[in-house]
Design a protein around this ligand. Structure first.
Ligand SMILES: C[S@@+](CC[C@H](N)C(=O)[O-])C[C@H]1O[C@@H](n2cnc3c(N)ncnc32)[C@H](O)[C@@H]1O
Length: 252
């Protein structure tokens, strides 16, 4: 049986992007502003960091030491290389690891941060599972897919829910925060610029090159179709779904 190379093609595209999901520096800093300033004795864990766009922004905006974890080694290599080039290598440690089984003792971090990656575990499961990593009074900041309107079209439901996505609206996410042992300090919707400028515009350019490079390869072209569908859906339904930042404090 021929080997399924879909993930190889997927990563061929995503390794070329400045970030692997929607986000922007201004929103990262807006969420960070809801926390007290972080000093050089404090530590932050960035979960599902990808190639580390937000890791670098966080390192530049704070004095904290940062551990950034992703399960795709080339993303960690990219982050470590970039951090070294920017003179941040002594404060950013890249580590290959699985967010489902993070190898850190309880109470290791002042802040756990995760942009666009908690959906992999599911919002409530991620909140519950990462809580132990925080010191008492520590902070959890995540950005997560949310419905922004009531009654989203069935086309979207089918794609996101049937694709295994952890779909929910903002109110559902908010109501999961207290039972999981946190206090919600604030939340806000990622602006459209975070979807286009750093994500879908570079993704569109990558897809064009990718299609040319693989024009006779139906398996590769199928991966490009999936990526393109994501872009087309956001263009069609820009106000129906989005990413929301949730900034939380661990309660005792
Ligand atoms: C949507 S991307 C977000 C990346 C980055 N935070 C950003 O906003 O650009 C999700 C990331 O989670 C990583 N990932 C997927 N499953 C993982 C797992 N089980 N453990 C750790 N990282 C994982 C992927 O490799 C990818 O880099």
């Amino acid at each position: 049986m021929a080997k399924d190379r879909s993930w190889d093609y997927f990563f061929e595209i995503y390794e070329k992007l400045p970030r692997q999901g929607p986000g922007d520096a201004r929103s990262t800093l807006r969420a960070l502003d809801l926390l007290p300033a972080l000093n050089d004795r404090q530590t932050l864990l960035d979960v599902g960091c990808g190639s580390g766009a937000q890791t670098i922004d966080l390192a530049m905006a704070t004095d904290a030491r940062i551990v950034a974890v992703d399960n795709h080694p080339p993303f960690i290599d990219q982050l470590v290389g970039r951090a070294a080039d920017l003179g941040l290598g002594d404060r950013i440690k890249g580590q290959v690891g699985d967010m489902n089984d993070l190898p850190f003792p309880d109470g290791s971090f002042d802040v756990v941060w995760s942009e666009g990656a908690i959906f992999i575990m599911g919002f409530s499961r991620g909140l519950a599972s990462w809580r132990r990593l925080l010191k008492p009074g520590g902070f959890l900041v995540v950005s997560e897919f949310c419905w922004l309107r009531d009654n989203p079209p069935s086309e979207l439901w089918e794609i996101f829910r049937d694709g295994g996505g952890d779909v929910g609206d903002v109110e559902e996410r908010r109501s999961a925060v207290t039972p999981a042992g946190y206090r919600l300090l604030g939340d806000f919707v990622l602006p459209a610029v975070g979807w286009w400028e750093n994500y879908y515009v570079p993704l569109s350019a990558c897809l064009e090159e990718f299609r040319k490079a693989h024009e006779k390869n139906s398996e590769a072209l199928e991966v490009a179709v999936g990526c393109q569908r994501e872009i087309d859906l956001y263009r069609k339904y820009p106000d129906t779904f989005g990413y929301v930042f949730f900034v939380m404090e661990r309660r005792e």
